[in-house]
Design a protein around this ligand. Sequence first.
Ligand code: PLP
Length: 407
Amino acid sequence: MSGLDIQAIRKDFPILDQEIYGFPLAYLDNAATSQKPVQVIDAVADYYREDNANVHRGVHRLSQRATDAYEGARSKVRDFVSAQSDKEIVFVRGATEAINLVAHSFVRPMLHAGDEILISHMEHHANIVPWQMLCDQVGAKLVVIPMTEKGELDLTTFDDLLTSKTKIMAVGQVSNALGTINPVKMMTEKAHAKGIPVLIDGAQAVPHMPADVQDLDCDFYVFSGHKMFAPTGIGALYGKQAILEEMVPWQGGGDMILSVSFEKTLYNELPYKFEAGTPNISGAIGLGAAIDYMQSVGIAELAAYEHELLMYATAQVGGLEGLRIIGTSDQKASVLSFMIDGVHPHDVGTIFDQQGVAIRTGHHCAQPVMQFFGIPATARASFAFYNTMDEVDALVGAIQKVQELFA
Ligand code: PLP
């Protein structure tokens, strides 16, 4: 068993200590968004109580403190993903905005009719729709790496999908609908061998495992803060410095310029050239605090504990009759998607809620995955390191309750 003191950790997350319909809350919807520890809540509140000012522009003390805290958070993100320089970290709203930024600033200027963009069948809509929109604009083609019944990428034809027409490969590290951990390092190596740049969507990976962009050697890495115990509305885009230097800004406005005249605007240096307008200062500070918190728990330790949780949940839920687990790869993180025979997942979610068990039901913004399995939706439990084996037992009890009601 893991050495983490889960009860002590849970005390840092005040929201977990409540009852729903008289049952202790079992919050198992972490893939949608995670809960926030007091350390993050306090960091945001302290900023507003003591330091609130706009960044980068002021000579007064508060502005300097706000700027130091904001830029300090950037350094924490750089360290968290093992990037080489703070210049490689752009604050954005989240994974969605980061992907759109890369689509518009990096891919759009070089995309022509007949070119290809390679994604996989198990992407979140955030890593499908921006590329599809670009393809529609210029007459390029979206090419999709297929998947198997286990919910793994089918890489048998992968080499053939990487062609001279491929302008970028954009793949998720961990599937939000299935939990599958994809072999993104190997895939990146193969793409690079053919000169194809790579974006990795780390939104479902960073809350559960160490991130190392230099080891992955990806050109871009994106994630959202709110899935890793930080506030909503903040996330990061990592990009290799040499590539970011060459890219044109996506959005124009204040802070992303060095000088403006009606004749010409000179853009600011990295990473500010991609941060137009007043940024989410408190969100960035909260993200920095979330990174501190995860590192104080220990990312390898929390990953190991979550693996135990997922193994236990898979064995318990998988042992039940009349139920099908969707996504059965050996390489999984955090997510247990399932269907109870004869019951629509939305009914499952509602009955679970009446027992205090919060899960997500629906297509999880991954409709092509649902189409692959020929189902409209799944019920999805997703874990974080503050979840307990007792909560897994509550999940199993809730499933049995549904089965009794629909017997
Ligand atoms: N990518 C994956 C794998 C996700 O799970 C999500 C959100 O669920 C996103 C991207 C989009 O994240 P956000 O909505 O925070 O931008």
